[in-house]
Design a protein around this ligand. Structure first.
Ligand code: SF4
Length: 466
């Protein structure tokens, strides 16, 4: 994934840019970048943030930066922002999304003969540079962005820092949000609206799918109108969106309470305690506990002073070690209890199996798991959103492979909660995780908890529907 923040101000914008970008740190773990326009040119810094906080990496850079316009990014993959010289003028660019047809776009670009790529890493083309190449084909920035958006399969939301202001363009199907904020003397754009309150911004409105605006310190111009079709990622509300953020007018934490309540209404399992797997399971668990009038407890406590965010160790054993060290079990709250946990989702299930075993080792009588979304059976094609390298690593797909005897595309029946196929898959996952019971959220209930019509949401990773 990744996140972005941009600002145009009548006074120096660097502090807002620094803190606003930092509020996207939960969305990426590889690179952070800032670009600031000082009135004549752009200055840029990029750092590897795979083993340190964004703020600690940039705290000395921001003292050297000065300017009234800037863009920032947290990226899960490549270096950003890129600085581009073109017939449109010099600009800096950041993107969030996933280009599914890179090879085709590169081939077309080389057909122009004059095209070349300079930002290569491990033989791979930097997708942000590819987007810039298509933008440069336009007669204006807005036209170029539309050319790029039309050419890209997958998704792409982006910010440009130019001499005339900050351009913001939301993905053509709106898979990732862009929110405009205002405070006296400044306008800003952000993926996470939680970046606004502490910097003094009020949300003005969100961009619609495919909409393009240009921000100045006085306001913003709409350069391309929003389209009618939306496919915003439903996983924002389930897992990776920040609880204090609101997308499409729907707050993430409030949606998680409703999601937990929906899980509770379908459940008659007698338990003593409801808990969340920290952090994102917590909101769902609070909704569940409240609906059932069962005590909410924290039998696992996250050690936040030094494990405040998920870094990305390269190897699986280190990732598992980090996951284990981050949460501490509390024997007094576990021993002899029938515990029901809400979890945002089950991806591979490897860490969860270890967690369940630890809960039993600490004397739990029963451990029940209630994931807040249906079984994941398709890898994300649109956002690089994945904690897993192959979709065949997904717990759901592994179970289907065992049941079907092959690893081809899963039959549609596995995505329907009441079919024998789906029940058999869930039972396989329950056995592998060593749980007393396992009951997943149903897709209709998740959609209802979010509160948008299903056709406006992307739900591909659960039901394979595009
Ligand atoms: S496939 Fe899943 S994670 Fe990817 S955009 Fe769609 S809902 Fe979001």
């Amino acid at each position: 994934m990744g996140g972005y923040f941009g600002v145009v101000s009548k006074t120096d914008c660097v502090a807002d840019l620094y803190y606003g970008t930092d509020y996207h740190s939960h969305l990426g773990t590889r690179r952070g970048g800032l670009a600031v326009h000082d009135g004549t040119a752009c200055q840029r810094y990029i750092h590897d943030i795979s083993n340190a906080q964004f703020r600690s990496k940039f705290e000395f850079d921001v003292m050297k930066l000065k300017g009234r316009m800037g863009i920032g990014v947290i990226s899960d993959t490549e270096d950003q922002p890129l600085m581009i010289g073109s017939h449109l003028g010099n600009y800096a660019i950041v993107t969030v999304g996933r280009i599914a047809n890179t090879a085709e776009l590169v081939k077309k670009a080389f057909g122009l003969r004059s095209a070349h790529f300079s930002e290569m890493s491990g033989g791979e083309i930097n997708p942000t540079e590819l987007v810039a190449l298509y933008i440069n084909q336009g007669a204006t920035f807005a036209e170029g962005i539309q050319i790029a958006q039309e050419a890209i399969e997958g998704s792409c939301s982006l910010l440009l820092l130019t001499d005339e202001g900050v351009y913001a363009a939301r993905d053509k199907l709106g898979r990732t949000p862009i929110v405009i904020g205002h405070k006296p003397g400044a306008y800003a754009v952000t993926l996470e609206s939680c970046a606004f309150p502490n910097l003094g911004y009020e949300t003005v409105r969100e961009l619609g799918p495919g909409e393009i605006v240009r921000l100045t310190a006085e306001g913003f111009d709409v350069l391309a109108l929003a389209g009618h079709r939306s496919q915003i990622c439903a996983f924002l509300w389930v897992y990776y969106g920040y609880p204090a953020s609101t997308y499409e007018g729907i707050n993430t934490e409030a949606a998680r309470y409703r999601s937990g309540a929906a899980l509770a209404r379908r459940d008659s399992t007698p338990v003593d305690v409801v808990a969340g797997i920290p952090d994102s399971g917590t909101g769902h668990a609070m909704g569940y506990a409240q609906e059932k009038h069962i005590p909410f407890r924290r039998p696992f406590v996250k050690y936040t002073p030094t494990w405040s965010r998920s870094f990305m160790p390269q190897d699986q054993p280190t990732r598992e070690l980090v996951a284990r060290m981050k949460i501490i079990p509390v024997r007094e709250l576990i021993q002899g209890q029938r515990l029901l946990f809400c979890e945002d989702s089950i991806v591979r299930g490897t860490q969860l199996r270890d967690t369940v075993q630890r809960i039993f080792d600490y004397g739990a009588r029963e451990v029940h798991m209630r994931p807040a979304c249906p079984p994941l059976i398709h890898g994300c094609k649109f956002l690089n959103f994945s904690r897993s390298k192959s979709e065949l690593d997904l717990a759901g797909r592994r179970a289907i492979k065992e049941l079907e005897g092959h690893d081809g595309a899963p039959p549609a029946a596995y995505a329907q909660p009441d079919t024998p196929q789906c029940k058999a898959m869930v039972e396989r996952i329950r056995q592998r995780l060593g749980l007393t019971t396992l009951q997943y959220q149903q897709l209709d209930d998740l959609v209802g908890a979010i509160g948008l019509p299903k056709e406006k949401l992307c739900t591909y990773c659960w039901d394979g529907q595009e």
